[in-house]
Design a protein around this ligand. Structure first.
Ligand code: ADP
Ligand code: AMP
Length: 216
């Protein structure tokens, strides 16, 4: 099964994708996580992406598409994938269709998580991310067992620099202008399901499972 999670920054895509990945046994592929890994390792893609990410704008499509294409070729993606943060432009959506078509596959469903701007700001300001494995926490809504330490791998938690208020505002604008048109694009293809993201993490997961006809 190939799923796409759409939604503005802070909507809960990464949180829900991680839960779905455990449930379905298919990998969670997040373009933002791949870029952050590449920046940490100082690879070519990391160097190309850094200045765009710092500003809160999109990394050019050619770079992003090439990175995703390479990731989707890895053997763990053979049974399907949960994409989070990709595609973010119509051109990326077309590239994804091409990559999947080459192996006789397609997107099975696109879930768009809808949340008000006030909620997004509340979620992003409290988000903490593991430096080592990129797991996400929230100071109030999903705190780690031990302050500042990742439950999953013991890595230290930090606040992403692009979660600062000024950059967050630019990321929202970029979402509205460049990514939101994908909602209609996928609706026209009959692939879109809207998910009300204004509830707790488990409540949203329940809505997603029922949209996919999976038991809770
Ligand atoms: P995205 O991947 O869409 O940018 P995340 O999954 O990282 O968003 O979630 C943003 C922040 O909000 C994180 O700190 C996460 O723990 C928290 N969060 C996610 N879903 C919910 C929810 N349904 N209720 C409250 N907090 C949430
Ligand atoms: P995210 O972790 O999804 O919030 O992404 C963090 C940043 O990485 C974004 O603000 C962009 O600069 C960049 N990025 C992530 N995914 C993409 C994508 N599909 N296309 C272009 N840029 C991306």
């Amino acid at each position: 099964m190939n799923l796409v999670l759409l939604g503005p920054p802070g909507a809960g895509k990464g949180t829900q994708a991680a839960l779905l990945s455990q449930r379905l046994g298919i990998p969670h592929v997040a373009s933002g996580d791949l870029f952050r890994e590449a920046m940490k390792k100082g690879t070519g893609w990391g160097k190309e992406a850094q200045s765009y990410i710092d500003l809160g704008v999109l990394v050019p499509d050619e770079v992003t598409n090439a990175m995703i294409e390479e990731r989707l070729k890895e053997p763990d993606c053979a049974k399907g994938v949960i994409l989070d943060g990709f595609p973010r432009t119509i051109e990326q959506a077309r590239a994804l269709e091409g990559i999947l078509a080459e192996r006789g596959e397609k997107i099975d469903r696109v879930l768009v998580i809808q949340v008000s701007e006030d909620t997004l700001i509340e979620r992003l300001s409290g988000r903490r991310t593991c430096r080592r494995c990129q797991a996400n926490y929230h100071l109030l809504f999903n705190p780690p067992q031990k302050e500042g330490v990742c439950d999953r791998c013991g890595g230290d938690l930090y606040q992403r620099s692009d979660d600062k208020e000024e950059t967050v505002r630019r990321r929202f604008r970029v979402y509205t202008e460049e990514t939101a048109p994908l909602i209609d694009y996928y609706r026209r293809q009959g692939l879109l399901t809207e998910i009300d993201g204004e509830r707790g993490i488990e409540g949203v997961q329940g809505k997603i499972l029922s949209a996919l006809s999976l038991s809770p």
